[in-house]
Design a protein around this ligand. Structure first.
Ligand code: ARG
Length: 462
């Protein structure tokens, strides 16, 4: 045979690869994003090979220099990726051989693309998890600032999207804080399972060279080694776990988006989104559309889709590596870029949101939101809760017919429904009274919210 079919594996082949198969098989279009991590892993691997006497120290130095040159070429946009070389690993290895010659061929000693790619994705993902955690931290700080600014802002709290009880806007922001804080904790926990080293597992069974896996883990800052070579090359449940957290983050961002869209509508008018984060309509000049929260709500579907995608990719695979695993990358990359850009939008947009405090206050007043407080008042005066419920129902019906909130009814009007009602009732059924009465951990009183914000700040190390 004159020319090899494929530089890496062409030895046993007699016919060239079908042109369309080349395209179908190649992952270079999307896995080149792994290049810096591939190089980082290769340098550590080569260093270990030289320390173990498997290659010469001088050979390691040549390999390292070559790989660093390649990284510079990639970073400066001077690297030509070739589809004939299939993926990021073979593109880089071929270039190394181009640059440094025969020694370049020694880099792949004692490893396989199977443990190599598993290592690359873990290096990449742990980097991205750290970045996403930074962004969540920023967003949590933004939420805390907003909560601090709006402790005194009263709004209606909803159940079934019906006005239920008055709450503080800060309390509502702190609910989001709790959700995102749990996501942050989930990422911290998942990181431990991402940060284990597959390298050394080779194709599936391990390698015959006297390698030192602990040393590679140390060089690459992995906390532990994958303990079984078959599992190490084929496991992708660290991706499933990450995508499940990414989906949960998007679910939270989507719920917030939904509320912003509702609150920003002319009908609610609780908040105004900044012009710089909205777009107009090409036909209706009066419109200012909340596209950013709409897009985040919409993009949530992509991330859920990625989770389902990878679960399905994995479900039918026998041990160990199968080419199916190449399909792990696009859903992971897409989910990461979606989560990161969504968080970025929220971090930048939330501080610019204006609250319409008087509209929220009016809305809480209009919704009979202190009806429960009237019932609680009667119970404290000795009426059984069910009877109190009945009395309040009648009072509300009367207030509706006279077009007033219950806190606007006169004492005489109120006493017509129960003789237990006295002058002090207005402390309970005013909006302020209703809030300050909920004075326990988790409640919406000002005292509790200020405490909650303080605890939250501490939890972020602020
Ligand atoms: N591009 C491949 C992937 O992403 C690399 C591993 C290929 N291994 C193999 N045995 N063909 O999974």
């Amino acid at each position: 045979m004159s020319k090899k079919i494929n530089q890496s594996w062409g030895g046993r082949f007699n016919e060239p690869t079908n042109e369309f198969v080349k395209h179908f098989n190649a992952s270079i279009e999307f896995d080149k994003i792994l290049a810096p991590f591939d190089i980082q892993g290769s340098i550590a691997h080569a260093q270990m090979l030289s320390e173990q006497g498997i290659i010469e120290k001088a050979e390691f130095n040549q390999i390292k220099d070559g790989l660093e040159k390649i990284l510079d070429m990639i970073n400066s946009g001077n690297f030509e990726w070739s589809i004939d070389l299939e993926d990021v690993h073979m593109n880089i290895e071929a270039k190394l051989i181009d640059i440094i010659g025969e020694t370049g061929k020694k880099l792949h000693t004692g490893r396989s693309r199977n443990d190599q790619v598993a290592t690359d994705i873990r290096l990449y993902l742990r980097h991205e998890i750290i970045e996403i955690k930074k962004q969540i931290n920023q967003f949590l700080t933004v939420l805390l600032d907003l909560a601090e600014r709006e402790v005194e802002t009263i709004m209606p709290g909803f159940t079934h999207l019906q006005v239920a009880q008055p709450i503080s806007f800060a309390h509502h922001m702190m609910a989001y804080f709790e959700m995102l804080k749990r996501d942050l904790d989930r990422l911290t926990d998942a990181y431990k399972r991402v940060n284990t080293l597959p390298l050394g597992s080779a194709a599936l069974a391990g390698t015959t060279y006297p390698i030192n896996r602990e040393r590679v883990a140390e060089l690459l800052n992995f906390d532990a080694l994958c303990q079984n070579s078959l599992d190490a090359v084929s496991d992708r449940d660290f991706i499933v776990e990450f995508l499940s957290i990414a989906s949960t983050i998007m679910m939270h961002l989507s719920r917030m988006s939904e509320e912003l869209i509702i609150w920003n509508s002319a009908q609610f008018d609780f908040v105004e989104l900044p012009d710089s984060f909205c777009t107009g309509s090409s036909i209706m000049p009066q419109k200012k559309n909340p596209d950013m929260p709409e897009l985040i709500r919409g993009k949530t579907g992509r991330v859920y889709g990625s989770l389902l995608n990878i679960l399905t990719v994995m479900k039918g695979q026998p041990l160990a590596y199968n080419k199916d695993n190449q399909e792990d990358k696009e859903p992971l990359f897409d989910a990461i870029s979606t989560v990161r850009s969504s968080l970025r939008i929220f971090v930048e947009m939330f501080p610019l949101i204006k609250t319409n405090q008087s509209v929220m206050l009016d809305s809480a007043l209009k919704g009979y939101s202190t009806a429960t407080d009237l019932a609680d008042y009667l119970v404290k005066k000795g009426l059984p809760f069910r009877d109190a419920h009945e009395v309040v129902g009648k009072t509300v019906a009367f207030a509706i017919s006279s077009g007033q909130d219950i806190s606007e009814l006169s004492l005489i009007d109120l006493q017509a429904f129960s003789k237990l009602i006295e002058e002090d009732i207005f402390d309970s059924i005013s909006l302020e009274g209703s809030l300050s009465a909920r004075n326990h951990i988790g409640g919406t009183s000002k005292v509790q919210i200020i405490k909650a914000i303080k605890i939250a700040k501490n939890s972020l190390g602020k």
